[in-house]
Design a binder for this molecule. Structure first.
Ligand SMILES: [Zn+2]
Length: 215
């Protein structure tokens, strides 16, 4: 797991985060609270779930997207939802829960694990370029291609700078890891969606949000 520390985006340990539901059904809220609460045994923060618009975190139930600001970046946009969660159809409760844990990982400050400074994924760049109708040469990009290339780099290829990051060793079981298709890699490397917090996820966040210790 990893987070940027320049600037650091962690909340202050010991705080209670007020987490407001802007909309959504009771079933959606219950499922969100249950999944997000999987973080709580590992961190010195409390979550206070409320209705309405007044919250450090403001969750919008919205079809078609899962997203969240990273950590305290949520403070930079006081008039916007800070997290968007796609309400789940019947039968996909586990995937919804995994996505909620992932977005709450962002909310706690974590970045995507496939861009961990120590990630060593054996990308098959020619295959990835071909699938996205890109050439190896960025100078040949039209607008569509340049947007696609930037997104691929932001989401997958550009690893964090170790000098500006807090990180544990690359962890392919992290809840913050994207699915990786076999056809995108060389050799035998693929990842399905991780459904639970990994042991490293728990350790990383318990270090980021420590309880006071007697000295
Ligand atoms: Zn994400």
């Amino acid at each position: 797991m990893w987070a940027k520390n320049n600037p650091a985006k962690f909340w202050t340990p010991g705080c209670t985060l007020r987490i407001a539901f802007l909309n959504g059904t009771q079933e959606f809220k219950d499922a969100t609270i249950a999944a997000a609460s999987n973080w709580l045994p590992h961190i010195n923060l409390k979550f206070d779930f409320v209705e309405g618009e007044a919250g450090d975190i403001r969750i919008l139930s919205q079809e078609g997207t899962f997203s969240s600001f990273i950590g305290t970046d949520a403070r930079l946009f006081p008039d916007e939802p800070t997290m968007r969660l796609w309400p789940h159809p019947a039968g996909s409760a586990r995937y919804f829960a995994a996505n909620v844990m992932h977005e709450f990982g962002h909310m706690l400050g974590a970045e995507h694990e496939q861009t961990n400074p120590t990630a060593n994924i054996p990308w098959d760049m020619p295959a990835i370029y071909e699938e996205h109708e890109l050439t190896a040469n960025p100078e040949e990009d039209d607008y569509r291609a340049s947007v696609t290339r930037k997104r691929l780099h932001d989401w997958y290829f550009d690893r964090g700078n170790p000098d500006e990051s807090i990180y544990s060793a690359y962890d392919r079981t992290s809840i913050m890891h994207y699915r990786i298709k076999q056809s995108w890699t060389l050799g035998d490397f693929q990842l399905f969606i991780n459904l639970d917090l990994s042991e490293q996820d728990k350790i990383f966040m318990s270090n980021a949000y420590p309880y006071p210790v007697c000295e």
